[in-house]
Write a protein that binds this ligand. Sequence first.
Ligand SMILES: Nc1ncnc2c1ncn2[C@@H]1O[C@H](COP(=O)(O)OP(=O)(O)OP(=O)(O)O)[C@@H](O)[C@H]1O
Ligand SMILES: [Mg+2]
Length: 297
Amino acid sequence: MPAIAVEGLRKSYGGVEAVRGLSFEVAEGEVFGLLGPNGAGKTTVVEILEGYRRRDAGRVSVLGVDPAAGGRGLRARVGIMLQECAMPRALSVRELLELYAGYYPRPRPAGEVLELVGLTEKVGARIRTLSGGQQRRLDLALALIGDPELIFLDEPTTGFDPSARRDAWEIVRSIRTLGRTVLLTTHYMDEAQSLADRICVIAGGEVVAEGTPETLGGRQTAAARIRFVLPGGLDLAALPMPARADNGRVVVETATPTRTLHELTAWAVARELELPGLEVLRPSLEDVYLELTRTPA
Ligand SMILES: Nc1ncnc2c1ncn2[C@@H]1O[C@H](COP(=O)(O)OP(=O)(O)OP(=O)(O)O)[C@@H](O)[C@H]1O
Ligand SMILES: [Mg+2]
């Protein structure tokens, strides 16, 4: 049974159709990345799965339960890191964690979770005195305190400094190692690339692509580009294959990079030429994502 199953999900806010017939599944133990531009509908979907928002239509199952009817039983099995979340600012970090721990049948020790998110030295601090990134770490701690089977992370590392982001990635990986399921939204393609087993890209409330970070949008089979700087005194026409100039570099597009590179380097070696800056490039996840979510001009 999948950890999450969504079929034909729809949700409108007044006249705005935020989610228009979305379907996807998340397998147990998987880190699933939900990607899409601002306003694509990610938070709406996540909040419906969490049971915080009613859907208009479609079938939804979370850990085998309909979140609209799940109540406390389901909430105790799920950890949530909301995109925005107002906290009782006068409480201390320890007080808030203990409050949340009380909602779960088998919470993890607060000290252990604070250690995990790197907030140990702030255990006695009032929440209003935390920096933005520290508050986000506390949000993550609250998602983990109940030792949940399934964790929702809505833009978990927005506002984190680079080293805190890497730390958060380690935490997500350790959650995965424990066999827990994670649904993650992010605008950072390196984060999706590094963490997600599978990615679903949505735009305008619809799925536009789904796959692994390596195969999304035909990335693996897309043409490769060979780039280098044209040696002095040479003309593009002198090259053994069609090429174009781009920003001071020569670009050769090819579906068979091994063969084309061989031809090119054989040609260069025979003329005792070095090809400065020689590299072979595939579309990055970001290239593919931008192409998939490009709004027609
Ligand atoms: N409570 C609300 N009332 C009215 N419209 C809403 C509400 N919440 C979201 N919307 C609209 O629904 C659409 C989807 O919003 P949503 O927050 O789900 O997007 P998102 O993908 O999470 O975006 P972001 O990347 O900016 O977080 C947007 O057009 C938004 O304006
Ligand atoms: Mg959002």
